[in-house]
Design a protein around this ligand. Sequence first.
Ligand code: PNS
Length: 159
Amino acid sequence: MKRAVYPGSFDPMTKGHLDIIERASGIFDEVIIAVLINPEKKGLFNAEERVNMIEKTITDFKNVRVESFTGLLVDFMKKKEANLIVKGLRAVSDFEYELQMALLNNKLDTRVETVFLMTNEKYSCISSSAVKQIAMFGGKLTDFVPGEIVKDIEDKFKL
Ligand code: PNS
């Protein structure tokens, strides 16, 4: 059983994330999307909102589920009996940080391997922070986030 964990902040999820989820769901038997609850960094959306938004977009993938976690990723993985981390890589600028994380996670638990999927070039320019800026200034979100969550993001900036 190849059970992979796809961790991230997902504040909010983007089309780039969904592309990685779809491809990971075809490669692994099970994929658990793990939304980090970070007490040090208050995001735009709380963990429950992030999880709910992701849930709306993954209904077609029967082997994918979403949960939130706090603390170390390797501890969450142990609880879930998973030893594969899946991550997307967009540009060389992602590489240094991702390499450090992959090495650290493997030092913390030597059973843990990180598998990288290269971004689809259509989505290489998309990030959660860009999405937040576009939304803040009333730009069109449909090219950047899954259709199911466009309204959730727009509503956040109407408050
Ligand atoms: O989407 P992001 O913000 O790049 O995701 C970062 C994430 C959640 C993958 C990373 O911050 C993480 O795994 N945090 C949990 C704490 C941890 O295990 N850190 C690694 C060892 S220092």
